[in-house]
Design a protein around this ligand. Structure first.
Ligand code: 9G3
Length: 572
């Protein structure tokens, strides 16, 4: 392709609204353009990257035995009412009516549609296992779309759904997808980790997220520096305390702490460390209020709390509720004398002695409070976020925390959907059985964005070879006949050798072309100009690292072939 025939509207400066590197560079390199919040056009360069990622996904999904189909984006409400999700989801589910006033939504995911297809068309266990996948546009009306393709409202997802006769089969399908995902993200040139993930209320209890480690990731991952444990922080387990404080119990005393509400204010005022203070946080969980006791330097993990209470989500109580339940404003709540609410505690509190707690009285705290003597806890549980330095809950080593971008997720679903939609198959005894399902997603645009987050420098993108929009960037730096003829010959020779070549044939100055080439990030740049040709050479620059070499045009094809196989850049 020639640059003069492609729309590649590169920008010299960072666009204001872009907050992350990948969003900035996707706009500056002319890969995408915003149509509305969270809704983008993929321009020719951007679409080529998307298609390369899709092709890698397609090859690995087919290799894994999955079969591709394409479901509609318009999804009838009836199916969503069968599973109860029509009412469960709020504004994130974009709904509309057709001309006959029938209700539809733009599909945010396709469990209902695929399960409906399955229950209509599949009857016998002999047809199992099955795995259907699609690469299709989804719509989720995010309240705050941002970071470009990282968190769009309309986005391309590969979503797959497996159907098995029993748990054992489903686990095989799950592992099969897990391994396919490992191949996909490796081939895309990403550094990633599969981490144990929270399954929320999505049924089964097994899920892994594929995280690309990058500082702008919105997810937090905890992983062991020794051994294989890795989990989304929402899920990362914390072991119960091994030792407990052996200090003798001191007498409970009230102490004035005027206007001291936060951990920092109270600990500074009382000259204690946060490890000797227990926060009492009031939560609304479904219809009830609960108090959670947690050590001063720890944070409540609300996903763990919701799982423990078997509700979909929990939220901190508002000041009025705190006042009503404790008789005091937030910052002074405590467990002593607290009626009407269940008192739960993170198990780090269990071994603590003589702690500072709120006194349920404005400007007042207790010192030397002790569990059992002064207040009771209904249940101790793992309710805090893991922290760096915590021992790995399984295997050896201690935990490190890192930001991650979730590019894929695999779920063991169980019968959550087959039960609600009565998707059964006849087993070998002719007995009706609910199909056991799994579902598997990859964000295609998010994968492209994550690749930029991991592969860029101050000049622009550095595409991994297998997902680069083109392999070679042919740059002519003079308009002479000699340069143009040589470039034309190289273009056809390299294209015939299987390379995707972008020829920047514009009449712009060399500097402009070089800056654009570094910004767009095609792995290899080939500079053709009169000076070099006078010495019988063209210049080859490798975008990653910037190495330059002078090479006779005739040797270029074989040299590039060795470079592509020799380095970490797998051939396409
Ligand atoms: C909705 C809306 C948003 C949603 C969902 C449903 C996330 C929803 C979870 C999944 C699970 C898997 C198949 C591919 C892999 C992920 N956001 N999820 O179900 F109605 Cl508005 O999508 N689905």
């Amino acid at each position: 392709m020639k640059t003069s025939q492609l729309l590649i509207p590169t920008l010299r400066d960072d666009p204001g609204e872009a907050e992350t590197v990948s969003h900035r560079l996707m706009l500056r390199a002319g890969l995408i353009r915003k149509v509305a919040a969270g809704i983008y056009t993929y321009l020719p360069l951007g679409l080529r990257v998307i298609r390369k990622i899709e092709q890698i996904i397609r090859e690995e999904m087919n290799r894994a035995g999955a079969q591709e189909l394409l479901m509609p984006i318009a999804s009838p409400a009836e199916l969503w009412k069968e599973t109860g999700r029509w009412d469960y989801y709020g504004k994130e589910l974009l709904r509309f009516k057709d001309r006959h006033e029938r209700d539809f939504c733009l599909g945010p995911t396709h469990e209902e549609v695929i399960t409906d297809l399955f229950r209509r068309e599949v009857r016998s266990y002999r047809q199992l296992p099955l795995n259907f996948y699609q690469i299709q546009t989804k719509f989720r009306d995010e309240i705050r779309p941002r970071f470009g393709l990282m968190r769009g409202r309309e986005f391309i997802m590969k979503d797959a759904y497996s159907f098995d006769l029993d748990e054992a089969g489903a686990k095989i399908s799950y592992q099969n997808m897990y391994d396919a995902y490992t191949r996909i993200f490796t081939r895309c040139g990403l550094t990633f980790r599969a981490v144990e993930a929270d399954t929320g209320l999505i049924g089964g209890d097994v899920s892994h997220e594929f995280m690309v480690l990058a500082d702008t990731g919105e997810a937090m991952v905890a992983y062991s520096d020794h051994g294989s444990y890795a989990a989304n922080l929402e899920r990362a387990e914390v072991l119960p305390p091994t030792e407990s404080d052996t200090a003798p119990l001191l007498p409970l005393t009230l102490i004035a702490t005027p206007q001291r509400r936060t951990v920092d204010e109270v600990t500074a005022f009382l000259q204690i460390t946060p490890r000797h203070l227990v926060k009492t946080l009031l939560y609304k969980a479904g219809t009830e209020s609960v108090a959670v006791l947690i050590r001063g330097d720890h944070e409540v993990n609300e996903v763990k709390l919701a799982r423990l209470l078997k509700v979909t989500d929990v939220a901190l109580s508002d000041p009025e509720t705190v006042q009503r339940l404790t008789g005091c404003p937030p910052g002074f709540a405590g467990p002593i004398g607290l009626q009407q609410v269940r008192i739960l505690a993170d198990w780090a509190v269990q071994g603590m002695k003589n702690v500072v707690i709120g006194a349920n009285k404005a400007d007042t705290h207790y010192q030397n409070a002790n569990v059992d003597r002064d207040f009771t806890v209904e249940q101790f549980a793992d309710l805090r976020n893991a922290q760096a330095g915590d021992p790995s809950p399984r295997g050896s080593g201690v935990l490190t925390l890192a930001k991650g971008i979730e590019v894929g997720q695999v779920f063991l679903l169980g019968t959550k959907y087959s039960d609600k939609m009565n998707a059964t198959i006849l087993d070998e005894h002719g007995k009706e059985r609910l199909a056991i399902m799994g579902c598997y997603g990859i964000g295609v645009g998010r994968t492209a964005a994550a690749a930029i987050e991991q592969h860029h420098d101050d000049k622009g993108i550095i595409w991994p070879f297998p997902i680069a929009p083109f392999h070679l960037h042919l740059l002519t730096v003079s308009q002479s006949e000699r340069t143009t003829e040589t470039a034309a010959r190289l273009y056809s020779e390299l294209t015939a050798a299987g390379f995707d070549v972008l020829w920047d044939d514009r009449s712009d100055r060399a500097g402009v072309k070089f800056n654009d080439a570094d910004l767009i990030g095609i792995p290899f740049q080939i500079v053709v100009g009169d000076k070099g040709l006078a010495d019988g050479i063209v210049e080859l620059k490798i975008r990653r690292g910037g190495d330059k070499s002078r090479i006779a045009p005739g040797n270029l094809s074989t040299h590039l072939r060795t470079l592509c196989t020799a380095t970490d850049i797998p051939t396409a």
